[in-house]
Ligand binder design. Structure first.
Ligand SMILES: C[S@@+](CC[C@H](N)C(=O)[O-])C[C@H]1O[C@@H](n2cnc3c(N)ncnc32)[C@H](O)[C@@H]1O
Length: 436
């Protein structure tokens, strides 16, 4: 993972298959991999202290073995002697000259539990709350700062969010409207209907790729929050025609799948735009048999691409590329890959795509701007800037009444922010804008 910049959720299943690991062994290997990747920031601080030298100066294969060993010692019920000896056995393979060193470092790590190490190494919460939370809950400081800002500076809530990010989330399915009933689907897959989305099913366990309902297009894998924001766009009140829907950033096709199924029920047609060729193909697969036209092009070409005329569409979704800080639970390595320096290029693209969406919608039509990030620069700042610069009059629509009745903690409007620790969803942001 560290050497090749790979993604755990893509690489690990193939490795487990190649190694013939199944059942409890596969589950344990998965927990060690995901857990170590999530906690690596804190583990590295602990290993640096235990080794008496910067962990970055340890030979990478030995360093990775030590991280896995420290994770076992501090976060699992594996007995300390077993964690140390299995890690030393691993070091014997990847760096034989370092076995004595690894043994000494891990014995030092085992001297304290995780809380003991945090108490020793983290800066005091009173003087450096961001630094404290970053070390205690293994997130980069800039991400903790961004979360805290989006949560109005509430450190208690920020802490709950960081804790939630370190948990493995359940898989959510979307029972496609008109094609599957969520209660029946929950029975079929041994899951439970979702708490908020009328289409959601929480999968109890097992691989979603093996499910007949997913294979035959009655359902797809999709976070419940993603379902809610797509549904809110479809539910926004509209005067006049309602047959032309547009998804300007469609790949890999989760929201297009749900919008396409809703469009089928309402005799509407969805145009799904995606700039990356392989992702456009995924959108095609995800929307087979639905009233969806996939367009492999740049969404910013509204007005110059003949199939994307200005003032043409009734409902437009701009599910913009973003840092993904709202779905760190699902991608254990991503918090360490993302950098604050990613923001300027991303926010510029977000602004340009939202501006294009606002040009594509007809007067009276609705645009939903969505990110799976709660970073205020990607949410409120982008929306305000795009609305100001788009050159057309736009109003905010209060999105809250378009979420399920009584759903708590979605913000003070007119935009909506969902949270893993409040709703069990990814941290989806939704702004609804109407061209006047
Ligand atoms: C957040 S993802 C969309 C997720 C998707 N709506 C879903 O629910 O599955 C953003 C997508 O926008 C695409 N994208 C990036 N720049 C684009 C552009 N200029 N025009 C169209 N699509 C773009 C990315 O390739 C990526 O697939």
């Amino acid at each position: 993972m560290h050497r090749d910049d790979a993604y755990a959720n893509l690489v690990l299943p193939a490795i487990l298959r190649d190694e013939g690991l199944t059942g409890r062994d596969a589950a344990f290997a998965t927990e060690l991999t995901y857990g170590t990747l999530r906690h690596v920031g804190t583990l590295d601080a602990i290993l640096t202290a235990a080794a008496g030298r910067d962990v970055q100066r340890i030979d990478p294969p030995v360093r990775d073995a030590l991280r896995i060993g420290a994770y076992q010692l501090l976060h699992t019920r594996v007995p300390a002697h077993a964690a140390v000896s299995s890690t030393v056995d691993l070091v014997r393979v990847v760096g034989p000259s370092a076995t004595g060193f690894a043994n000494a470092v891990l014995r030092e790590v085992a001297e304290r539990d995780n809380d003991g190490w945090v108490a020793r190494l983290a800066p005091p919460i009173q003087t450096d709350p961001i630094g404290h939370l970053a070390l205690a809950y293994s997130h980069p400081q800039w991400i903790v700062r961004a979360f805290s800002e989006a949560l109005g500076g509430d450190l208690g809530e920020t802490t709950r969010l960081l804790i939630e990010d370190n948990e493995r989330p359940p898989v959510h399915l979307c029972a496609r409207p008109g094609l599957a009933d969520p209660v029946d689907l929950a029975d079929e897959v041994g899951g439970a209907p979702g708490a908020f989305s009328p289409y959601a099913v929480y999968l109890g366990g097992g691989a979603p790729g093996d499910l007949a309902a997913v294979a035959d297009g009655r359902a797809h894998v999709q976070d419940e929050g993603s379902q809610l924001v797509a549904d809110a766009l479809a539910a926004a009140p509209l005067d006049g025609p309602d047959g032309r829907w547009l998804d300007l950033c469609a790949g890999p096709g989760g929201k297009s799948g749900l919008l396409g199924a809703l469009a089928a029920q309402r005799e509407a047609r969805l145009t799904a735009v995606e700039v990356a060729e392989h992702r456009a193909r995924l959108v095609g697969n995800a929307t087979r048999a639905l009233p969806v036209t996939v367009l492999h092009t740049d969404g910013r070409l509204v007005g110059s691409e003949p199939k994307l005329p200005e003032e043409h569409f009734d409902r437009v979704l701009v599910d913009a590329p973003c840092t993904g800080l709202g779905s760190l639970r699902r991608r254990p390595e991503s918090r360490w890959r993302r950098q604050p320096s990613d923001l300027p290029a991303l926010t510029r693209l977000q602004r340009e795509l939202l501006t294009a969406g606002l040009r594509a919608v007809r007067p009276g039509g609705v645009v939903a701007y969505v990110t799976c990030s709660p970073h205020v620069v990607e949410t409120h700042v982008t929306v305000t800037e795009a609305a100001r610069r788009c050159g057309a009059p736009v109003d905010f629509v209060d999105a809250r009444p378009l979420l399920p009745v009584g759903m708590p903690g979605i913000g003070d409007g007119p935009t909506v922010q969902l949270w893993p620790h409040r709703h069990g969803t990814d941290a989806m942001f939704l702004a609804l804008l109407r061209r006047t």
